[in-house]
Design a protein around this ligand. Sequence first.
Ligand code: ARG
Length: 460
Amino acid sequence: TAKKLWGGRFTGETDPLMHKYNQSLSYDQRMWREDIDGSVVYAKALHAQGIITQQELDSIKEGLEEVGKEWDEGTFQVAPNDEDIHTANERRLVELIGDAGKKLHTGRSRNDQVATDGRLWTMRRLQVLRQDLRTFLRIACERSEQEVDALMPGFTHLQPAQTVRWSHWLLSHCAALQRDDERLRDMTPRVARLPLGSGALAGNPFGVDRQVMAEDLGFFDGVCPNSMDAVSDRDWVIEAIFCSSMIMTHLSRWAEDLIVYSTAQFGYVSMADAYSTGSSLMPQKKNPDALELLRGKAGRTLGSLAGILTVVKGTPTTYNKDLQEDKEMLFDVMDTVSDSVRIAIGVVSTMTIHPEKMVLGLSADMLATDLAEYLVRKGMPFRDTHHVAGEAVALAEKKGCGISDLTLEDLRSLSELFEEDVAEVWSFDRSAELRCTEGGTAKSSVLEQVAKLKAYLDEE
Ligand code: ARG
């Protein structure tokens, strides 16, 4: 059987279960492209130092291109001793081009190699994720503008609280997701630092130009400043998982709202068939499975966040094989969050709102605060107005009517300050329109939020 890459000092065979336990090729092969990109750049750096000839460089480049083609076309044959994407690509390269291939790993370690591949892969994925997130924001923004007139109950403790605009609610979730987009943007430079040229831990003895390699590979923030840290650091994995988990947490809360709003009891929204499923038993059912999965998958990514932090926390400085565990979590989380954002895009662009149902959810007692504020405008201290409005609620309850049905006499029995114009208070639209400061639910405030979000999205 073919020797392991590191087989020189070994005489005994690897236990088959140990091979299965140790290998990462089954999952890290998805970084084949990054592994090849990194190798091409490293070969160039070796050539620049006179470690390999022009001919050898050309042959390595050609060979690597061929290896990449095999992965791309699905014809790459995994050999029994291939351990990970790095050993597999190198083994195949040597098969294809012979001795020149054996020079590629000069001064390099899989420790700086895997960190380079992983960071490159993550940089690319973060970019795609941001694009998707911003697509969501754009669509939500447009909806918010178009549907700005719809009023609905706003809730605290899931109890009806005050009148808000539907768009205000939707934009509240956009605000959270915008922060997530900022977080992804802010973390990217920390990912875009090149580990390559750190060797196993101590640095590279052949003087490869790390700055040039960084530039060539698109590591726009330069190089990792310390070789021991470069092979040790998995902050970029943790940050990617954290930021993704944050997105999932936000989408989960959004989904939870929509699950509630789409029940027959609420009826504020209905989900498109494309994102719903039926029941095998109850023919009438249309379940919001897309939303429930968003909520459920958030739990899965949070598990990985706890998982990766736990893997890293006890490892001695530099590389330890524990770190190989980073990849499955990273891949799973990035796949999950990407699919989830795309599902959310589907949901937000296809759901239908029912403003007439939303209005039915508005009850006069939700204007109790406005009643108190009416008295504030007549000069009564707020704490007292709160009390009077509370008495009005109690009186209405006693009389078996809504507070808006109380007569002026009823109200005047609670405070002399009530006058004819108190009738104006009983308008949900007025209640919303009064809240016209920045960030409020008045139409102008909501449209301002739309405009600001649009400006943010157009910025980059
Ligand atoms: N497959 C390994 C990983 O994913 C690559 C690095 C292996 N390095 C080593 N010294 N064994 O972490």
